[in-house]
Design a protein around this ligand. Sequence first.
Ligand code: SAH
Length: 346
Amino acid sequence: MKPILDYNIDDITNLLISLKQPKFRAGQIAKWLFSEQVSSFEQMTNLSKELRQMLASEYMVRSGEIVNTVICRDGTKKFLVKWPDGVQTETVLMEYHDRNTVCISTQSGCPVRCAFCASGINGLTRSLTAGEIIEQVIIAAESLGEQRLNNVVIMGMGEPFANYANVARAIKTMNADWGMNIGSRHITLSTIGIPDRIIQFAHDFPQITLAISLHAPNDKLRAELIPWAVNFPMRDILTAIDDYYEITHREVTIEYVMLDGVNSLPKHAEALAKLLRPYRINVNLINYNTVSETGHKPAHENAVNNFMEILKDRGINVHLRQSKGIDINAACGQLRNSHNQQSSQD
Ligand code: SAH
């Protein structure tokens, strides 16, 4: 069975041609899939029974199975999704007072292996397909019922720039009139920042917010926290950020996770301010969600406030990201790891 959510409007059109069906049905099918978000061909009531059966004999509408759902005290919901080959990923739905945001994964596991993160502990299992990326948005929208899903953040498990083709394809389906009709301004992508990809992304998706995980004010400390980053010196990333601004006229968000005693001291704030002062960026400080296996701890509130003040005093635009879902292991990869540990104890 082939997953139909992986198809774009051209693929659906070609499929209809091959089935000797009128091409205009492609728009109808895409509407059922991406806008009505039905879960079976049977529900596509303006198609003939014969066509519905033909499609159902070769294609599946949904391919993920939700194997665990946990709901946090603050309302955050976390879904553990199992794909047909058994790999698992996490999707998180965060409800703020004025908006609903889904955080989606792009890979199962992660090749980046950040020292503080749960996703990369066992490295990369595989990249997700465009259909699997899209399906996570549908899972979140479905769980909201009548409420609207406002934002998509591509910040779950995996490195999106290490799965660029599928991520780009998924974003196109999210954006498209024939697809989910989610405006680019409502989508954010987070990456460790691969310079060539930053430029490509600027050309392909100039309206999408780009967030780059920096986490350190110099290459030495950054390489300790983000082993993969040794391939991409900070100087090249900053040059790419300049080019990104030239192309898009939009500021990049710099993400910086606040780890106790590691990267959150006043000297780090001073160095970061000096490094970033010339660039068109915003800094988002992130409260660390403890992943016990890593040995890292969140910086104390005072240290975070102090860090923020130092950046502000030096003219850097800085915010503290609201933490969500702390009591359900909402940081990337944590639910998958704990679920698998439990299953192996059963
Ligand atoms: N690979 C991409 C996207 C996935 S991670 C990236 O690195 O940006 C999304 C963000 O969550 C990154 O900034 C990452 O460093 C951060 N993160 C990972 N584990 C975390 C944790 N336990 N607590 C807080 N932030 C975490």
